[in-house]
Design a protein around this ligand. Sequence first.
Ligand SMILES: NC(=O)c1ccc[n+]([C@@H]2O[C@H](COP(=O)([O-])OP(=O)(O)OC[C@H]3O[C@@H](n4cnc5c(N)ncnc54)[C@H](OP(=O)(O)O)[C@@H]3O)[C@@H](O)[C@H]2O)c1
Length: 282
Amino acid sequence: MLLITGATGNVGRPLVQLLINEGVKVRAVSRAAAAIPGVEVVQGDPSRPAGLEAAFDGVTGLFLHPRAVGDAAFDLVAMARRRGVRRIVALAASNVDDDLAAQPSRFRGDRNAEAEAAAVASGLAWTSLRPGAFAINALLAWGAQIRAGDVVRYPYADFTEALVHERDLAAVAARALLTDDLLGRRPVLTGPASATHAELVATIGDVLDRPLRFAVVPPAAATEAMVRNGFPARFGSALMSRYAAAQPAVVTGEVPAILGRPALPFAEWVREHATAFQKESR
Ligand SMILES: NC(=O)c1ccc[n+]([C@@H]2O[C@H](COP(=O)([O-])OP(=O)(O)OC[C@H]3O[C@@H](n4cnc5c(N)ncnc54)[C@H](OP(=O)(O)O)[C@@H]3O)[C@@H](O)[C@H]2O)c1
C-alpha cells in the first residue's frame, strides 16, 4: 500500500492513476472529501499530521508533496517511520539549493527544500524529485488572457523555460515508488526542449489554431496582475527577479533516461488542455 499526499493535484492525480494502472493499492490523505476512483481516501490535512497515524496502516511507501504537507514534512516522515514505512519519495524543485528568498514558490507557502531534507534525513530509502517549471504554469500565467482574447501581455518575451509535462513527473514518481532505480537520487526533471515565453505562446496559438500575439509589458504590471489573481506580491516580485536574472533554461536527459522514452513535448500538453484555453463566449 502506498500513501499519497497531494493526490488531488497536478502531479498527484496522474501519479495515482499510474499506480492504479499498475495494480498498486493506493491510499490518499486529502483535505478534500471528494472520492478518487480506485483510491482509499482518508479525509485529513497532511500539514497537521496529529491523528493521522492510522492512515499509515500497511503502508510501505509515502509520496511527500510539499504544497500538501506544508511545514509538516519532518513530522509526517517521523510518523511514517514509526509506522513502518520503508520508502519516501519527495517532490522538490530544481531551484531547491538556491537562496530561499530567490525561490518564488516559498512565497506561496511551498516547502520544497524541507520535503527533500525530510526524505533525505529519514533513514529510510528515499528519492527526491527536482522538477523545473511545470507545463501548467502556461495555463496559470496566460490562460485567462487567452480565454479572453488573442493578446498575451507578459514580460520577458525572451526568457526561456523547458516546461515539463506533469504526467512525466508522475511517471518518474511512480518509478521511484515502485522500483529501486532512483534510490538516493535527486534527478532534475525537465521537458524535452527549451523555448522562450514568446515561443511558448506561439505554440499554444498553433495548437489552438488562433493568432495569439505576445505583447511585452513591464514586470510591475505583471506582478500587479498576479496580485489581482490572488498570488502574493512577493511571489510575483521573486518570479520577476528570476526572469531578470535571465538564466537560460537547462534541458536534462533525466526523464528519457528514467522512463526509456522521450519526455512529452509542450505541444502535447497544450492539446490535452485545449479546452482550458478556449475563448469564453460573451
Ligand atoms: N509549478 C512549477 O513550475 C513547479 C516547479 C517545481 C516545483 N514545483 C513544486 O511542486 C509543488 C506543486 O505541485 P502541484 O502542481 O502538483 O500542486 P497542486 O496541484 O497545486 O497542489 C497539490 C496538493 O496540495 C494541496 N493544496 C493545493 N493548494 C493548496 C494550498 N493553497 N494550500 C495548501 N494545500 C494546497 C492539495 O491537497 P489536498 O487534497 O490535501 O487539499 C493538492 O492536491 C509545489 O511544492 C511547487 O513549489 C512547482
